[in-house]
Design a protein around this ligand. Structure first.
Ligand code: SF4
Ligand code: SF4
Ligand code: SF4
Ligand code: FES
Length: 592
């Protein structure tokens, strides 16, 4: 790596060629203030707060955009620099309503912090009193234009990171405003509520409705975890205070998603309104009645012990952790020799023995062929990568219907997969995204691209890769089960259809987090912890094993998915691994 030697505040520094002054300063711990700059975004030099003095330059220059050159001499806090920054802050504080005590970001606002840093304790210019609107038309967060400093971070996040291009700037000068599409209310715009703009906003202009005023950063805990909502497995941070989850934030260090999250991952889990199952229950006299864990597990163990292996059925949701799926397989398939086991969702067909591509290949591709999957709807962050590639000039070939969420971005929508394969064959670096919806004929047509394309199976369920690896697939026959163990977890099943072929006299055990028509029909219900209450790991659609963290205590008497199976194994006298670390290690070993 070529290094460039510069002097900053009298200190000799070497930084990689191509760095800007801000990056070189960060490397040695010199703090140059910023407002419009954000590490995940392209620098545009809009706010001027990062100005520094460079010997030989006619004016102050912006550190976030100016590249370093050999021998450069820089002053980052000279009297001239400080004077300029104070002026910028005076203008920003005067332009709109930044009355900090009334703002939910007070204490965490980058503008307010700069005000303290440069001693801004009053308005030297008469406050610009024009009232700007507040747009609360989006479900999850609102926009208060009065707090906006027009830094453009939101616009760049929406365009450059999410590739959704909803946001823009309208009007000029002091009347400039961030707007959506052709200036429609945000809630009626093309916004897909991913919250990326909310995450990068430095002030209280964009505000999360659910967690506003519920805690400043200093009062909260940030726990790194993995999103449990789809098979992409985005890294995220669970923000808690006093044992409650306040919100979900981006993890900018996450390898897969580099800070991106979608609505399903960032907001929906916090708006869950189903009723929790909080204690073990056994049906007695036709009614489900509360019971102890010990009594409930004993009842299940007795039923299972008295049942022929062929008459035991096991059905699992793919929302379960690797640890739970591993133990379920060990207990029922290996120890109890049950063979009638199944998965609640379908899986993408296995086209090759070895992985042929990864999600990271999408943004580098020139042709993307999508078949049998709708990532815009079900795995949105993967669709952001696709749209990003399209922005860069890649062709998107959709096989199937116009109702696919990616249809508006498609170059071609083809009914014939053979034609799509022909287009991909002519590309330089094609990527194939395929899912469970692909036909056998389609799957064999795709194989023609082996060696040419990067293949990424987009699994429909969260932890489908692990479920299939541990032996759970679609071979389940409900009618053959005399005892059915259903690990539903959080899976939303609106009807009891899943039980419709189960013998009326069958003994049904349901391990679930929420009350549903299925728990209502069960003979035994075991309360299960949800995504924020359990530790373990998940395997994403590429086969990466990623940690999920327990952020808060389970509701009532609920227990983690794996713990319940471990306790049941004990009651059945089966010696399985009991500590989470040991189970995780064994599960990960089997998944390799
Ligand atoms: S929520 Fe996402 S899609 Fe909507 S405006 Fe913000 S960045 Fe764009
Ligand atoms: S809404 Fe926030 S991120 Fe967007 S321009 Fe205004 S201050 Fe910047
Ligand atoms: S794409 Fe999937 S894993 Fe990523 S945030 Fe959205 S729901 Fe979660
Ligand atoms: S941070 Fe450099 S101009 Fe805004």
């Amino acid at each position: 790596m070529t290094m460039v030697n510069i002097t900053m505040n009298g200190q000799k520094i070497s930084a990689p060629a191509g760095s800007n002054i801000l990056q070189a300063a960060k490397q040695v711990g010199i703090d140059i203030p910023t407002l419009c700059d954000h590490p995940a975004l392209v620098s545009i030099g809009a706010c001027r707060i990062c100005v520094v003095e460079v010997t030989g330059q006619r004016t102050l220059i912006t550190a976030c955009t100016f590249p370093i050159t050999e021998g450069m001499e820089i002053q980052t806090e000279s009297p001239q620099v400080v004077k300029a920054r104070k002026l910028i802050l005076d203008l920003l504080f005067s332009e709109r309503n930044h009355y900090c005590p009334m703002c939910q970001m007070s204490g965490d606002c980058e503008l307010q912090n700069l005000g303290y840093r440069y001693g801004i304790d009053h308005w030297i210019y008469p406050t610009y009193t024009k009232g700007f609107p507040v747009d609360a038309s989006r479900k999850y967060f609102f926009m208060d234009h009065n707090r906006c400093v027009l830094c453009g971070r939101c616009e760049r996040a929406c365009g450059d990171l999410v590739a959704n291009h909803t946001l823009g700037l309208r009007n000029r000068g002091a009347s400039s405003m961030i707007h959506a599409d052709a200036n429609v209310p945000f809630g009626e715009s093309t916004c897909i509520s991913c919250g990326s703009c909310l995450q990068v906003c430095p002030t209280g202009a964009l505000c999360d409705k659910r967690s506003a005023y519920m805690g400043r950063n200093i009062q909260t805990e940030h726990i790194k975890s993995t999103c449990n909502q789809c098979s992409i497995g985005c890294g995220m941070e669970i923000v808690t205070r006093g044992g409650n989850v306040l919100r979900i934030e981006s993890d900018w260090d996450a390898e897969i998603n580099a800070g991106l999250l979608c609505k399903n991952g960032r907001f929906d889990p916090l708006y869950e309104d189903r009723t929790r199952v909080t204690q073990p229950m056994i049906r007695i006299g036709g009614k489900l009645r509360p019971s102890s864990w010990d009594e409930t597990l004993k009842t299940i163990a007795e039923k299972i012990s008295g049942t022929n292996a062929k008459e035991i059925g096991v059905l699992t949701s793919s929302n379960s952790t690797n640890e739970a799926l591993y133990l379920l397989g060990q207990l029922f398939c290996k120890e109890l020799k049950a063979t009638n086991v199944g998965l609640l969702n379908s899986a993408a067909p296995k086209l090759f023995d070895k992985p042929q591509g990864s999600l990271a290949d999408i943004v580098k591709s020139d042709v993307i062929l999508v078949a049998g999957t709708d990532p815009a709807k079900d795995q949105p962050v993967a669709s952001f990568f696709v749209k990003h590639a399209v922005d860069r000039g890649a062709k998107l070939i959709l096989v199937g219907g116009k109702d696919n969420g990616l249809a508006p971005f498609a170059t071609m929508i083809l009914a014939d997969i053979g034609k799509a394969v022909e287009v991909a064959e002519r590309a330089g670096s094609p990527v194939v995204l395929y899912g469970a919806g692909i036909t056998e004929k389609g799957a064999s047509a795709l194989k023609k691209l082996q060696g040419k394309a990067a293949f990424v199976a987009i699994e429909p369920g969260v932890n489908t890769r692990a479920a299939v690896a541990f032996g759970f697939n679609n071979g389940f026959k409900a009618s053959a089960a005399k005892v059915l163990y259903a690990l539903l977890g959080e899976q939303g099943l609106e009807s009891a259809d899943v039980l419709k072929d189960v013998d009326k006299k069958a003994f049904v055990v349901v391990q679930a987090s929420y009350v549903s028509p299925i728990t209502e029909k069960a003979d035994v219900v075991l309360p299960m912890a949800i995504w924020s209450e359990r530790a373990g790991s998940l395997t994403n659609t590429e086969g990466r094993v990623q940690k999920v963290s327990k952020a808060v205590e389970p509701a009532g008497e609920a227990k983690s998915d794996w713990e319940i199976i471990s306790l049941l194994a004990n009651k059945l006298g089966k010696k399985l691994a009991t500590s989470l670390d040991e189970i995780s290690a064994r599960a990960t070993q089997e998944l390799k």
